[in-house]
Design a protein. Structure first.
Ligand code: SAM
Length: 259
C-alpha cells in the first residue's frame, strides 16, 4: 500500500466517487426524509462534503431557507461550490466541527451526517453543535457501529479478518454511544432511526472499506502481508462469482436543544 498521505485533491476525488454511488444516494434520501428539514429553515450542514448533501437539503428548505455548508477540506468545498452554483440559498465556508465559524444560536437545524467518525474529540464537536443551534432547534447526526456490520465470510481467513476489524475501537461503537453522548452535551434525543445499507457488489465505497480494513490488518499481528493479499483475493473472488454481501447499520439521531 502507498505510504503517501492523501492530498486534498485525492480527498475531493474520493468523496465525489464514494458519495455518488447509488447506495449513498438512497441513504441520503432516507436520512433527509426522516429529518424533514422545513421550508424556510436555516440549516447548517457540517462536514458537507462535495455538495450532494447540500443539493438534497435545498429541495426541502426552498429558496426562502438557507444552507451553510462547512467542511474542513478546501478542495472538497470547491467541489460543493461547483455542484451548488445554481442554488441561491447555499453558501460554503471552511471550518472544523470542533470550532465552527458561526455565531451562537444562529441555526434552526444542524446536520452532521457521516462526519463524527473522523473527529477525535466527539465531546467538543457535540458541544459546538449545541452552541450554534437556536433554543428549540434540532440536530441530526448519523454514525455507525461496527458490530452491526455483517458480511458473507465463507473462509476462515475472512472470519478472522472480520474479528480484527470489529476489535478496533476508535469510534467503532459511536453509533450506539451517541445515545449517552448527545444528552451529555445538553440535547434531548427525540428519535433514533436505523439506516441499513446492503451491498452485493464492490463499488467505490466498498473499495474504500477494503483499504481501511487492509490498514487495520497491517497494523495487527494476526496477518502477514501474504495473508492480507489472500484475504483481499477471497473478497474479489466472491464479487466475481456474485457472492459478495455486506450489510451495515448507521444510526440517525434527531435531538433537540431545549427552549
Ligand atoms: C463521509 S464525508 C460525508 C459528506 C456529507 N456529510 C454526506 O454525507 O454526503 C465526510 C466529510 O466530512 C469532512 N470532515 C472530516 N472531518 C471534519 C471536521 N473535523 N470538520 C468538518 N468537516 C470534516 C470531510 O472532509 C468530508 O467531506
Amino acid at each position: 500500500m502507498s505510504e503517501r498521505p492523501p492530498s486534498d485533491d485525492d480527498e475531493r476525488d474520493r468523496w465525489e466517487r464514494v458519495l455518488s454511488t447509488r447506495t449513498e444516494e438512497t441513504f441520503r434520501d432516507f436520512v433527509f426524509e426522516q429529518v424533514r428539514p422545513r421550508k424556510d429553515e436555516s440549516v447548517l450542514s457540517v462536514g458537507c462534503g462535495p455538495g450532494f448533501e447540500t443539493a438534497a437539503l435545498a429541495r426541502y428548505v426552498g429558496e426562502g431557507g438557507t444552507i451553510t455548508g462547512i467542511d474542513v477540506n478546501e478542495e472538497v468545498l470547491a467541489a460543493a461550490r461547483d455542484r451548488c452554483g445554481d442554488l441561491p440559498q447555499a453558501s460554503f465556508e471552511q471550518g472544523d466541527i470542533v470550532d465552527l465559524p458561526v455565531a451562537d444560536e444562529s441555526y434552526d437545524l444542524a446536520i452532521a451526517k457521516q462526519v463524527l467518525y473522523a473527529v477525535s474529540d466527539i465531546e467538543a464537536a457535540l458541544n459546538e453543535l449545541f452552541r450554534v443551534i437556536a433554543p428549540g432547534g434540532r440536530v441530526a447526526v448519523t454514525a455507525g457501529d461496527r458490530r452491526t456490520h455483517v458480511k458473507h465470510t465463507p473462509t476462515d481467513r475472512m472470519q478472522r479478518a472480520d474479528n480484527v476489524y470489529r476489535a478496533e475501537i476508535n469510534h467503532s461503537q459511536l453509533g450506539t454511544r451517541l445515545i449517552g453522548r448527545l444528552p451529555e452535551a445538553g440535547f434531548t434525543v427525540e428519535e433514533v432511526t436505523p439506516c441499513a445499507k446492503i451491498q452485493t457488489e464492490i463499488d467505490d465505497q466498498i473499495e474504500q472499506g477494503i483499504g481501511v480494513q487492509r490498514g487495520l490488518l497491517e497494523a495487527s499481528d494476526a496477518f502477514d502481508s501474504e495473508a492480507i493479499d489472500a484475504w483481499e483475493q477471497d473478497i474479489r473472488e466472491l464479487n466475481e462469482t456474485g457472492q459478495f454481501l455486506s450489510c451495515s447499520t448507521s444510526f440517525l439521531y434527531v435531538a433537540r436543544k431545549p427552549e
